[in-house]
Design a protein around this ligand. Sequence first.
Ligand code: G1P
Length: 290
Amino acid sequence: MIKKAVIPAAGLGTRFLPATKAQPKEMLPIIDTPVIQYVVQECVDSGIEDILIISGKGKRSIEDHFDRNIELESKIQEKEDEEIYMHMKHIENMANIHFIRQKELNGLGDAIYHARFHCGSEPFAVLLGDTIIDSVIPVTQQLIDTFEQYKQTVIAVETVPKDKVSRYGIVGGDKISDKLMQLNELIEKPEASKAPSNLAIAGRYILTPEIFQALENTPRGKGNEIQLTDALKLLLKRENMIAQTIEGKRHDIGNKLDFLKTTIEFALKRKEFSSPLRKFLEDILKNGKK
Ligand code: G1P
C-alpha cells in the first residue's frame, strides 16, 4: 500500500518570470485553482492523504492555501455563498499536508532526500508540483496499481519528439507489455544522439526507500545539481525498475505556452465557460484571418 506522497515544489520558476518573481509557480492558477491543488487532488484521488510538500524560500503562500482562513470563511458565510464555502472547506480538509523547506536549491534529488525521515522505510509516490496530468484514472493510481503487482520502482514516462529529449530524463529497456518496460538505462537530459529512446520521465514516480541511500551516493550531475534520475540509475544496479507509459495528458505549467494551452483546454471543459469561450476563440481566429 502506498500511503505517502512527496511533492517537490521548491524550484525558482525562472521559466515563468516575471510572474514568479514574488509568488511560487505552483500557485499560478489554471482558471481559479492553483496548479498545486490539482496535484494534491491527484494524490487524494489515488488514495493518498499523507503528503509532504518540499517548499523553499518564497513559498509561504502554498502553506496558506491549504490552511484554514477563518476570516474569509465568515465573510463567505455572511454572503451565504454555499458553493464557494464548501470549496474552501474542501481545500483545508483535502489531506494531511506537511511542509519541509529545502534551504539550498541543490536539485530534484536533494529535494527528495529531504523526505527521508517522513517516508522512513515505506515506498512512496512523488509528484512534481508544477505538472498536472489530466486523466480518467489518476496517473499516481496507475503507477500504484503497477507497483502492487511488481513491487518495483515505477516511473511514469511518455513519448516525446526526438528533438525534445534533451529537456527530460530519458529511459531505455525491454518491453514487458504495451505500457510497461523493464528498465536498463536512465539518463538525465541526454543529447538526442545519446538518448536510449524517446521515452521521457513524466514527473510521477513510485519510489522505494532505498532511493535515499542512493541519493547519498549520487554526485552532482546536470546543472551541477543532485539529480533524481542519477540516483535511480545508481539504484538500478541493485533493484529492478519499471517505466510505465501514462494514460493521460501532461501539462508542464512552468512553461508559458503549455500554461496558456492548459488554461484554454480546462476552461473549455467547464460548463460555465465552455460556450462563451468557444465563441470568443472562433471570433478572434476568424477576425485574425481577415
Ligand atoms: C525533472 C526531471 C526530469 C523529468 C522532468 C519532467 O526535470 O529531472 O528527469 O523528465 O522533470 O518534467 P526538470 O523539468 O525539473 O528540469
